[in-house]
Design a binder for this molecule. Sequence first.
Ligand code: DGY
Length: 325
Amino acid sequence: MKIFVTRILPEIIKSSLTDDGHQVSEWTEKRDLLPSELIRHCQAADALFSVGKNHIDRHFLEECRHLRVIALCSVGYDNVDVAEATQLGIPIGNTPGVLSKATADTAFLLMQNVARKAIFKHQEILRGNWGFFDPMADLGIELHGKTLGIYGLGRIGFELARSCYRAFDMPIIYHNRGNNELAERELAARRVSFDELLQQSDVLSVHTNLSTETEGIFNRDAFSKMKASSIFINTARGAIHNETDLRLALEERQIWGAGLDVTDPEPMAPDNPLLQMPNVAILPHIGSATIETRMKMMQLTVDNIRAGLSGQRIPHCVNPEVYDR
Ligand code: DGY
């Protein structure tokens, strides 16, 4: 069968598909496919191996309703019209679990970077400003014993909470629909309302999906309720915070700093004022970008493709309802 891949795969991953007798066709250009190009390539395929931000919307799905499986090489699936895929009987695969530690580590890295203004200080050296020693200039803040607030305590949030609890003795609070019993038992985490999360967190880190409920939830009103000494971290999706409101909250010192691995849009423009702020650290969506994690994500994507093409239930499915039909 034919598999269309939206990037060039490592040889070892590609051969695990070709060894099964499948034909793999890769998108080799260093740009994202246009929606019409994605449709054209998928119309000649039986499965889509989707890497990067491809819009798997209603139009795409209707044009490519013959696909046996769409396997995303990501845990997030906010780029997919899942209801439409389910309606058309197309299983959508993702890569849960394997990127939790790497993504949590990125949040941990950002938190420390912001607290000590590390990226800004590095830029200062490049600008030739490592000069006269002023003991009170541009000081950072300490993290030991500060309260970590997690918005969306699932697998990734749990990993960050565990690191912060162990490394810096940080008490953990979180806001979720339901209780996270493991975090309550192992990390003494406490579930609080959204307002309490905003008011009590010294570091507030976002680990939720992008949905109609969470889009723009960190807005002017939310930032105005946070501590003036607090740090906001987002490694989930850029559209969960309102960027203009975040910039104003930083400029007006409603919050102390921010660390972002995700922005809206991506990529962020190089002249974005947030990039010049001392208390801000921005990374280019590298949450899962380690060799180990990316290989595991690709392997899970392969597992989903192989199962889907052989007519079996895919192991990591975001719309298992397709199998109840
Ligand atoms: C994910 O897997 O969702 C990461 O954000 C990479 O897109």
